[in-house]
Write a protein that binds this ligand. Structure first.
Ligand code: COA
Length: 460
């Protein structure tokens, strides 16, 4: 389906003056790098050391992602630990649950400022969120509706870039200005996300679009559910679960792909809108935040192709076919499994799994939950039989999609929700990069190109 209200220019390959096939076959001929060269030159491919650990690219006080210890030069797997500004993620979640408080705003403050907010600061944070979540007049019409899309991550990214034009002081890198912009983005991303979804409903699904007004005393998770649902209704339990999901997705160290992208852009001195939209672009990828959508897709493939989901043998066979690129999206990846840092466990997945299990029992999704548990249990066996010796565990994306599904949140919003939470971490890292980094991030690439003499046009 094409965007409905856009003049479409149809490019016809037959009319084109160029032949895409022949250009691409030339490209393929001239653009290969022998993988053996990576063994000859000391290149940290993917910014990884030979033992698989990440190259240390900077110092941070925002977050610690702990997944292994080095024992006599060997990587030794341990249970995963995650802390925001030194506060263990389990304690952060437990504190909010036990004190019956929505915690995402608190986590965002902690990440941005550096200390847990006092009661008065939390009130200020909530007031700021209420004040800032309102989007500028005509923003929806001018930025989102002109070219409606069903790709909500691109809409989100465009929405963030569009905010540049409504900011009277977009390029000022002072801490005060960055802090204002950060709070505004944390408040506004959920609004942009839901608005983009409503517009998609109207233009792509031919269904009703509704823009419900948020309520001033609502938390971000309550606001999202209220704006999303036709009748604005949700339960306290649903909002609290979404809140926990958002706390867990808010931050994950400086080296994850999207945060590093935001840090790279920030190190050049560019504006916050460019940096955060780069983060969103990175998060969209299926190896990163887009994996939550891919897990849902993978589950659908399994449901279609495996007759008995409760039969380990059948599920394992199918997972082997996925890993061998014979089934699913043929990428060879089993989504929701594996992590660059975590080995034995991802603490976010552990927390989400608990919530998913409880909700699955309540809402009758036990079968799907059990299937994900089988994927978690059988994937390490499948990969190890393929000779991959990496210790592998379920990551945050394995169970998050099921939780969202049980909350009635449509699949296309799963990755945007990740972005709406992670923006807190991106902003914190951007500020740290500007204030404490202070150097253009600029790694090197070893040139392995042959010499080519310039030839005059007539001699080529
Ligand atoms: N499915 C199939 N193979 C996997 C895998 C998975 N989920 N996770 C790792 N592997 C394979 C890798 O392809 C690699 O194989 P190779 O040596 O033949 O290239 C090997 O195991 C080692 O993994 P490595 O590439 O070092 O892992 P990484 O740290 O670069 O990858 C991820 C981390 C997350 C990118 C990877 O585990 C992955 O792609 N997972 C699936 C996507 C996903 O869920 N992403 C969300 C992350 S929160």
């Amino acid at each position: 389906m094409q965007n409905v209200n856009m003049p479409i220019h149809h490019y016809d390959d037959r009319d084109a003056m160029w032949d895409i096939q022949s250009i691409c076959s030339q490209f393929k001929e001239y653009n290969t790098i022998d993988t053996d060269l990576y063994k000859i030159y000391p290149v940290a491919r993917g910014l990884r050391n030979p033992d698989g650990t990440g190259v240390v690219a900077g110092l941070t006080q925002i977050c610690n992602v702990h997944g292994y210890v080095m024992d006599e030069g060997e990587k030794s797997p341990v249970e995963g630990r995650l802390s925001y500004r030194g506060v263990d993620i389990n304690d952060l979640v437990k504190g909010c649950v036990e004190e019956h408080r929505f915690g995402f705003e608190e986590a965002a403050w902690l990440l941005l400022v550096g200390k847990l907010p006092t009661q008065a600061q939390l009130t200020t944070m909530r007031e700021l969120m209420t004040l800032y979540r309102e989007l500028p007049d005509s923003f929806a019409e001018d930025v989102l509706m002109k070219t409606p899309s069903n790709q909500l991550m691109i809409q989100l990214s465009r929405g963030v870039l569009g905010l540049y034009f409504y900011d009277e002081n977009p390029d000022d890198l002072s801490v005060e200005n960055q802090m204002r912009q950060s709070f505004q983005l944390i408040a506004r991303l959920p609004s942009i996300m839901v608005m983009a979804y409503q517009i998609k409903r109207r233009f792509w699904d031919r269904e009703s679009m509704y823009f419900h007004q948020p309520l001033p005393d609502h938390s971000i998770s309550q606001t999202i559910l209220r704006m999303l649902r036709a009748d604005t209704q949700f339960t306290e339990e649903e909002a609290r679960l979404l809140d926990i999901c958002m706390i867990l997705h808010a931050e994950h160290g400086g080296g994850n792909n999207s945060t590093f992208a935001a840090r790279v852009l920030s190190s050049s001195g560019t504006d916050i809108y460019a940096a955060i939209s780069a983060g969103i672009g990175s998060l969209k990828g299926p190896r990163h935040g887009g994996a939550n959508k891919k897990v849902r897709e993978m589950v659908e493939f399994i449901k279609q192709d495996v007759q008995h989901w409760d039969n380990d043998g059948e599920v394992k066979d199918y997972l082997s076919r996925l890993a061998n690129k014979e089934a699913g999206d043929r990428s060879g990846l089993i989504y929701g499994m594996g992590h660059a840092v975590y080995t034995k466990s991802d603490p976010r997945a552990v927390i989400l799994k608990r919530s998913a299990r409880r909700l699955a029992q309540l809402k009758g999704f036990e079968d799907e939950f059990a299937l994900l548990e089988s994927v978690e249990r059988l994937t390490p066996e499948v990969l190890s039989e393929k000779g991959k010796d990496k210790v592998i565990c379920a990551n945050v994306d394995l169970y998050s999609g099921l939780v969202y599904k049980m909350l009635g949140i449509p699949d296309e919003l799963h990755t945007p929700l990740f972005a709406a939470a992670r923006v807190a971490g991106w902003c914190a890292h951007r500020m740290e990069e500007i204030v404490c980094g202070g150097r253009l991030i600029r790694p090197a690439y070893k040139a392995v190109l042959p010499h080519q003499s310039y030839l005059p046009l007539m001699e080529r």
